[in-house]
Design a protein around this ligand. Structure first.
Ligand code: MN
Ligand code: MN
Length: 300
């Protein structure tokens, strides 16, 4: 059921590259900086270190909890006093690791980040083979509430697989009755999301749509759409990508139409941005864990 040793070695390499890239990113993010510079820095660090981005670097600001990456030519900047989540992933031969950190330029929001990190630390210290995901959610929820904040109820961690970021099992951020369990040799991303005590503490799906994924490879007639699809299948398979990575695949003046064709034919799909329903700021921490008999190994 779990991964074999050879696969685990690929996860370890993936996580080692990601950890090094994340640590370099921590000091990089500044107020007033362009979001696209943060995304591109994170992705180029991953490539420099010998990895491949498993998904576009997500830079999600204030009430945006997840799933924003810069589209090509993005002019948005990191606002003054904002809370910024940077979420990054690496794949080595398809073996995905996933990590995130929060920087807050607002001292009042810094304690939310501490709560997210503490919840994650408690999971790392207590998780083991055969623990139910509902109990893991309970550890996260009580840690966050003990800090005086709320967990986001409809965002979860997830099992990861080869070329799969969400491999089927969710790890809730609240206590649930779910009896599905984690097992030795399986790999999970655990990601507590924290918001303010007066928040609704749910996220809604919203535009813009800046992250995409292949859903089915069917044939397309138009030449440029076909060329674009081939590039996506070869380079990203079932992993998410951004239009920033598709520059120069087809002539620039043909790109928009070819891309629209793939969306229209439902060959690719888009991820909406997740935004806290009451527009309260959100903090996140995330590590990828290899489950062991009596504990876990932090891969990132
Ligand atoms: Mn992530
Ligand atoms: Mn994740």
């Amino acid at each position: 059921m779990g991964f074999d040793l050879e696969e685990i070695e690929k996860f370890r390499l993936s996580g080692k590259i990601l950890c090094a890239a994340r640590e370099e990113m921590r000091g990089f993010v500044k107020e007033g900086m362009q979001v696209i510079d943060v995304c591109e820095k994170a992705e180029s660090l991953i490539r420099e270190k010998g990895g491949f981005p498993a998904f576009p670097c997500n830079v999600s600001i204030n009430e945006v909890a997840a799933h924003y990456t810069s589209p090509p030519g993005d002019k948005s900047v990191i606002p003054i006093s904002s809370t910024v989540k940077v979420d990054m992933g690496v794949q080595i031969d398809g073996y995905v690791t996933d990590t995130a950190f929060t920087v807050s330029f607002n001292s009042e929001c810094r304690s939310m980040t501490a709560a997210a990190e503490h919840a994650l630390k408690l999971v790392i210290e207590n998780i083991h083979n055969d623990m139910s995901v509902g109990r893991i959610g309970g550890i996260i929820e009580s840690a966050i509430r003990n800090h005086g904040f709320k967990p986001i109820v409809n965002l979860t961690g997830h099992s990861v697989g080869r070329y799969l970021i969400h491999a089927g099992t969710s790890i809730p951020n609240v206590a649930t009755l779910s009896t599905s369990k984690v097992h030795t040799g399986e790999v999970f991303a655990v990601e507590p999301f924290v918001t303010q005590p007066d928040a609704i503490a749910r996220v809604d799906d919203k535009p813009p749509y800046t992250i995409f994924r292949l859903i089915r490879a069917k044939s397309v007639k138009t030449g440029y759409a076909k060329q674009l699809l081939k590039h996506i299948e070869t380079n990203y398979r079932t992993l998410p990508f951004t239009e920033r990575w598709l520059k120069d695949v087809v002539p620039q003046n043909q790109h928009a139409e070819a891309f629209k064709e793939l969306l229209k034919q439902k060959i690719i799909t888009s991820y909406p941005v997740f935004s806290e329903a009451s527009k309260r700021p959100v903090a996140q921490a995330e590590h990828t864990l290899l489950i062991k008999e009596d504990g876990c190994e932090v891969l990132t």
